[in-house]
Design a protein around this ligand. Structure first.
Ligand code: ASC
Length: 156
């Protein structure tokens, strides 16, 4: 019993370590500007590789299944990275809207949606069915836009 019953001190430590885990993603940056640079870098690389998939789907560049898969894998990896780089109040000097910290539930929901959709896109790219890739690409692009509409300002 002793091992599963928390005394006051143990409970406090458990709560604090939970808080630390939640904090860790933000604590990795010592300067707000570094967090902004990091997330913008991830978004920029994601956009580059996402656009290459778009161009291949439109026939503007050759549709090379291996290239599309490599691009989709990069998109899926990048999609996981920015979210720990939004320390509270880091909207100044970036496109981030204060709504990010007013509506964290919706922001998180869109992050999770992007992560799952980009993973699906990468899995479908590997299978090589162009119509399925196109559909998954469209779903992903919708999520990009939905998040931008709510949480990204057009001006700095
Ligand atoms: C891109 C890019 C975005 C999304 C978005 C989709 O290639 O840079 O932000 O697609 O435009 O609606």
């Amino acid at each position: 019993m002793e091992r599963v019953t928390m005394n006051g001190k143990t409970a406090v430590i458990a709560v604090l370590s939970g808080a630390l885990v939640a904090f860790a993603a933000e604590a990795q940056f010592t300067k707000v500007g570094d967090a902004i640079d990091y997330r913008q870098g991830a978004f920029s690389i994601m956009s580059h590789h996402f656009t290459l998939i778009s161009r291949a789907l439109k026939g503007e560049i050759a549709f090379d299944a291996a290239e599309v898969t490599a691009n989709a894998n990069l998109v899926a990896t990048m999609a996981k990275l920015p979210w720990g780089a939004f320390p509270v109040g880091s909207d100044a000097g970036s496109h981030a809207k204060p709504e990010i910290w007013k509506n964290p539930v919706k922001f998180k929901q869109l992050q999770d949606q992007l992560v799952s959709q980009t993973e699906k896109l990468a899995a479908l790219a590997k299978e090589g069915d162009r119509a399925a890739i196109k559909a998954a690409f469209g779903d992903t692009a919708k999520t990009c836009k939905e998040c931008h509409d709510s949480f990204r300002s057009k001006h700095e």
